[in-house]
Design a protein around this ligand. Structure first.
Ligand code: SF4
Length: 302
């Protein structure tokens, strides 16, 4: 059972808008995450090895969000809210608590735009509210060209269910996420894919990349946001140790490579990152996919 907690703030202003995610604010209805991805950046001793066991529900989130958005709206400080940045908005417990759904009602009331990032198909439940937000949200002055108050990004580290079972054991299967993605596109939402992170030598192989890009092309995905993996920490609950243990157990042939890359640092070496981003650019061009949300929004209207 998740803990129920009260918090002081649920709407956080970001210091600087990220050019990929276009975030002005973040909203997290839950603390920690039962999807339990081994590579997750929130991992560390604070939450323990099993993120599900430290899951908390912010019981005053809706009341606080209402107050905080009302204050921002009075000052005309409209901006894109990321739902969510440090948990998934559609965890299994969302079916019971409906905090995300109620937050969407509040966001609709105050006419804020949003960017949902999820690994779940439960988002389909809220397409009705998202459609209303899309049509009524007030975009910040410098992002008026988006012309859409809703962006939906489905997050994948792999398209293979059996691989996801190892690295993101609590999340909706990729095959089900793809069905939800197709439905979001069918509802004409500005819909993309966050490939963060692709798993070195597992989901970034030439064969896997062509399979992923051709799948997204066929589905007419509007944008792709790919990134390399970053792993932190050295305690048993850290993303680095959990990933290295999983590699040892499930991909023993890759132990040497992963140990070499992550024994001293948290990022893949420069030669890999450089080749990775060049490859992503090439593949986006080859498959006619946009590598940014703004570009995608403009292309979608043509
Ligand atoms: S879904 Fe996101 S927040 Fe949750 S564990 Fe996975 S990477 Fe972390």
């Amino acid at each position: 059972m998740p803990k129920e907690i009260q918090v002081k703030s649920v709407l956080n202003k970001t210091k600087k808008r990220d050019s990929w995610f276009l975030d002005d604010y973040t909203f997290n209805p839950y603390s920690s995450c039962s999807f339990n991805c081994l590579y997750c950046y929130i991992r560390g001793s604070k939450y323990g090895i099993n993120l599900e066991q430290s899951l908390s529900v912010k019981t005053n989130a809706i009341e606080l969000l209402d107050r905080q958005l009302s204050n921002r709206a009075k000052k005309g400080q409209y901006g894109i809210i990321i739902v969510s940045s440090a948990t998934d908005p559609y965890l299994q417990i969302e079916k019971k608590y409906e905090l995300t759904r109620r937050a969407l009602e509040v966001i609709l009331k105050h006419q804020f735009p949003l960017h949902i990032i999820t690994k779940s198909d439960l988002i389909e439940r809220d397409f009705d509210l998202l459609k209303q937000i899309e049509q009524t949200a007030i975009l910040p002055e410098d992002l008026k060209s988006l012309k859409s108050g809703v962006m939906i990004s489905f997050s994948f580290s792999t398209l293979r269910d059996e691989v996801a079972k190892v690295f993101e054991p609590g999340a909706t299967k990729p095959s089900n996420r793809l069905v939800a993605l197709e439905k979001a596109i069918g509802h004409d939402f500005l819909t993309g894919v966050s490939l963060m992170p692709l798993l070195p030598y597992i989901s970034d192989t030439t064969e896997q990349l062509h399979h992923a890009f051709s799948t997204f092309k066929t589905m007419k995905v509007h944008y792709l946001l790919p990134a390399t993996i970053t792993l932190f920490g050295d305690d048993q609950a850290s993303s680095k140790i959990l990933m290295l243990n999983a590699i040892k157990k499930h991909y023993p042939d890759l132990v040497g490579k992963y140990n070499k890359f992550f024994s001293t640092g948290s990022e893949m070496p420069y030669f890999y990152r450089d080749a990775f981003y060049k490859k992503m650019k090439e593949l986006c061009e080859e498959y006619g996919l946009n590598d940014g949300i703004i570009k995608a929004a403009i292309a979608k209207r043509r």
